[in-house]
Design a binder for this molecule. Structure first.
Ligand code: HEC
Length: 137
């Protein structure tokens, strides 16, 4: 093997490894939520007024990225990486517990901003009820 063939093979191996890592990162979602947070239950019932309050917050703070109906197609998605995925599908809605949605909204994950200190717990729980109302089941 010449020096060049060996260099090319090494470079190819590095690229293959990097590609595999990227794919496995996407599969897990790469966003770990503590089990205690996942188990938290929503203390607020999904009354129409609660869902509407959640919708109003969603329109000002979330819609730009997540889109009008939660499909992940807001205008900001042209500029952000990664773009949010569709959070209305039954698959995603079943994967997420209420506590997990609450946690994710509270702490955020770049490019999604944390809502801790910006919204009260009650406001975040009403957002959780609004997100549940988006399920297309
Ligand atoms: C700047 C764009 C942006 C804004 C604003 C934003 N998000 Fe997100 N959101 C994202 C992105 C990107 C992800 C995916 C993050 C990841 O998994 O790496 C995400 C993920 C989520 C998830 C988790 C979805 C899952 O399948 O695990 C929920 C729930 C969520 N956002 C709700 C909200 C709510 C509610 C608001 C408003 C308070 C909001 N987001 C504001 C970009 C945004």
């Amino acid at each position: 093997m010449t020096k060049w063939t060996s260099a090319i093979l090494t470079a190819a191996a590095v690229l293959v490894t990097a590609g595999t890592l990227r794919v496995s990162g996407q599969e897990t979602g790469g966003w770990t939520v503590p089990e205690e947070a996942r188990q938290l239950e929503n203390p607020i019932a999904p009354d129409p007024a609660v869902v509407e309050a959640g919708a109003a917050i969603y329109r000002t703070r979330c819609q730009l990225c997540h889109g009008e109906t939660g499909k992940g197609d807001g205008p900001a998605t042209r500029a952000i990486q990664p773009a949010p995925h569709d959070i209305t599908t039954t698959e995603v809605q079943e994967r997420l517990t209420d506590g997990e949605i609450f946690y994710k909204i509270t702490v955020g994950k770049a490019p999604m901003p944390p809502m801790e200190g910006k919204l009260s717990d009650e406001e975040i729980w009403s957002l959780v009820q609004f997100i549940r109302s988006l399920n297309q089941m």
